[in-house]
Write a protein that binds this ligand. Structure first.
Ligand SMILES: [Zn+2]
Length: 75
């Protein structure tokens, strides 16, 4: 069932659509690749943004980044 072309990714950001923390990104993992929800396929952010989420310590910077992504998704 897992596609050969994508990998699962767990992010601190919850999917705006279904609340899942599990996402999929292409195996190529280019910084400009799209990260989509594993359950509902909702676009969340680009891979380089996901990477910076994972690199942030929990705190203000991470929250600011999450907020930015979420706000953009609400448009
Ligand atoms: Zn979702």
């Amino acid at each position: 069932m897992t596609s050969d072309f994508s990998e699962e990714l767990r992010l601190p950001a919850a999917c705006p659509e279904c609340g899942s923390h599990l996402y999929r990104v292409s195996k190529a993992k280019n910084p400009s690749d799209q990260v989509n929800c594993a359950s509902c396929k909702r676009f969340l952010c680009l891979y380089h943004e996901a990477q910076s989420m994972l690199q942030q310590e929990p705190g203000s910077e991470l929250e600011a980044l999450l907020e930015e992504v979420m706000n953009r998704n609400h448009r």
